[in-house]
Each structure stands twice: as structure tokens, then as C-alpha cells.
Design a protein around this ligand. Structure first.
Ligand code: SF4
Ligand code: SF4
Length: 292
């Protein structure tokens, strides 16, 4: 879960080398003054999960939280107030959206936990025990990407992203990211490292463009309004399999990617188009890497 201040003090999204311990360890929750994640706190599980809509609710919470005394009663009143104002309707009703997510950091430009001991006005006190998950879970939980993605992939992701909104959406996509990188490494016939992107603007932009598919994939069903990714072990909200639609034909090399992007299997023609679309995005990254 989120912490309010990053151990990383120098961003790598501007082409600098991997020069902090957090960079070297591939720490994913907090990256720099513009990149952090609140996905496991349910950040994107709101009715309207556009960047503007999230900034608006997070800003209002942060302003309000700044003014309240740090007492349990006042914090509970704050929670009630937020939930009354914003409503409790969720695209994934079983995925808790924490009302204590706000904007943190020196510029209030990243998402993070208002109850954390390092939070503004908390004077070192940890108030996370009043949250839905409780202080211990908030303190120790780490999502699958933090444990399962190879270090070099985590370092690449840290090094290319420059905004928390897309970062928090892509960073939890363990299978999708693994498949993206494996496809690119297959095309390049070598492992990829953060330096491939920190030293080349075109490669960095092309990779971000590939990651952008997470929010702009044109082959999703128009009725699918769920933006959040549910990555917990109970698999309450799984993604539909495309297996039945590939029956009797060669399975697409992109099947896993198509499933993770929640492709709508309306017709064979659309699936072929989706493959070509993906192919084009991969070629863009490959070309940038080859000409770097
Ligand atoms: S979803 Fe993962 S990367 Fe994001 S804050 Fe939670 S543990 Fe960290
Ligand atoms: S209280 Fe826990 S769930 Fe809520 S924002 Fe903080 S870390 Fe996340």
C-alpha cells in the first residue's frame, strides 16, 4: 500500500541513470515527485476514474484532511463526510476504495496515504489503524508485480513513467507487463534494461505509448466501464478468456495480451484487427530500440 514519501529522490524518467537505492531495488510504490501508486488501496475503483475526476476528489480530500485535528473521532467524521460526498457506488463492489487516499509530496502531485506517519500534519503518528484494512495490512501488503516481475522490468517501468495516473494503472498488470517485455525481448533477441530507455527518448516514448494501451485499448467492449485491476488472490473479478473464440484456429501469439486488455471477442475480424494494432505498437518500440 502507499507511503507518502518516496525513498527515491531523483527521478529517472528524464533520462538520468539508476542512481538511487529505490531505482536499483526496483521499488514500485513510490517513484518520484510525480509518480506513485495507490492501486491496491482501490484508487481506480470509482464510478468515474478519469484522471481529472480522480484529481478532483483527491484534492478535495487532501484540503479537508489538512484542516482536521488528528483524533480518531475527527478522522472517522472525515471518512463519513468523504463517503457521503462521493457516494459508495463501485464498479467492483468487493474491492475496497479507501477514502484516505489523497495527494501527497512537496507539490501534492502524487497519490498517497493521508494517514501515514510521514503525512503532512501527522507528526510521525501512524493513523492507518483506523482504516478498513487496518494498520498492519496497510504496512505490509505488496501486490504481485512487486514480487513477481523481474528486477530489470521493474526498473524499466520506474524509469519511463512520468505521471501517477497511467503508472498506477499499468504497474499492477503483472501478466500484461511480463508479456509486453517478453515480446519485445523476443523481437530484440536480447534482454532489455532500464538503460535502453533512459538513454533514448524515442524508445521511452514508444514504450509509454505501448503502456497507454491499458487505458486506450479500442477493442474493449463499449459496455466495459471497469478501469481498476483486481489482482488479489481470491480472483473475484477475473478477465474473460478468449479461448472459446480461438477454438479450431491457430491460437494468437498475443492471446494473453488480448485477454489482459479485456478485448471484446465480437468477431474474428475484430480480433485480427486487434492483433495488427498490437503488432504496430510493438514495431514502434522495436524500431526505436534498433535505431537508438
Ligand atoms: S498496487 Fe503494488 S505498486 Fe501499487 S501501491 Fe500497492 S503494492 Fe505498491
Ligand atoms: S489507509 Fe491503508 S488502504 Fe487507505 S490509503 Fe492508507 S495505506 Fe491505502
Amino acid at each position: 500500500m502507499t507511503t507518502p514519501s518516496s525513498p527515491a529522490t531523483s527521478a529517472t524518467s528524464n533520462g538520468e541513470s539508476l542512481d538511487t537505492a529505490a531505482d536499483q531495488e526496483g521499488y514500485l510504490c513510490q517513484v518520484n515527485t510525480h509518480v506513485s501508486c495507490g492501486a491496491c488501496c482501490g484508487l481506480y475503483n470509482v464510478r468515474v476514474a478519469s484522471r481529472d475526476a480522480l484529481v478532483s476528489i483527491l484534492r478535495a480530500r487532501t484540503e479537508q484532511f489538512r484542516k482536521i485535528p488528528r483524533t480518531v473521532d475527527a478522522i472517522f467524521d472525515f471518512k463519513k463526510n468523504v463517503e457521503t460526498r462521493e457516494g459508495l457506488e463501485r464498479p467492483m463492489p468487493e474491492f475496497h476504495h479507501c477514502p484516505f487516499l489523497g495527494l501527497i509530496g512537496p507539490e501534492h502531485a502524487t497519490v498517497g496515504c493521508l494517514l501515514h506517519p510521514q503525512g503532512e500534519g501527522n507528526n510521525g503518528m501512524d493513523f492507518r489503524s483506523v482504516s478498513y484494512y487496518g494498520g498492519m495490512t496497510c504496512h505490509i501488503y505488496y501486490c504481485p508485480s512487486t514480487r513477481l516481475l523481474p528486477l530489470r522490468y521493474r526498473q524499466i517501468i520506474r524509469s519511463v513513467m512520468d505521471d501517477w495516473y497511467l503508472y498506477g494503472l499499468i504497474v499492477t498488470e503483472t501478466k500484461l507487463l511480463q508479456a509486453f517485455f517478453e515480446e519485445l525481448e523476443d523481437r530484440m533477441n536480447r534482454p532489455l534494461y532500464a538503460q535502453d530507455f533512459t538513454t533514448c527518448h524515442a524508445s521511452r516514448e514508444a514504450l509509454k505509448h505501448l503502456f497507454l494501451l491499458r487505458v486506450s485499448w479500442p477493442f474493449r467492449s463499449p459496455d466495459n466501464h471497469r478501469v481498476a485491476n483486481y489482482f488479489f488472490n481470491d480472483h473475484l473479478y477475473t478477465r474473460p478468456s478468449l479461448a472459446v473464440h480461438w477454438k479450431g484456429r491457430g491460437i494468437s501469439r498475443y492471446r494473453l495480451i488480448l485477454e489482459e486488455l479485456e478485448t471484446d471477442p465480437v468477431c474474428e475480424h475484430a480480433l485480427r484487427q486487434a492483433e495488427l494494432y498490437l503488432d504496430d505498437r510493438f514495431k514502434q518500440v522495436q524500431h526505436a530500440l534498433e535505431t537508438a
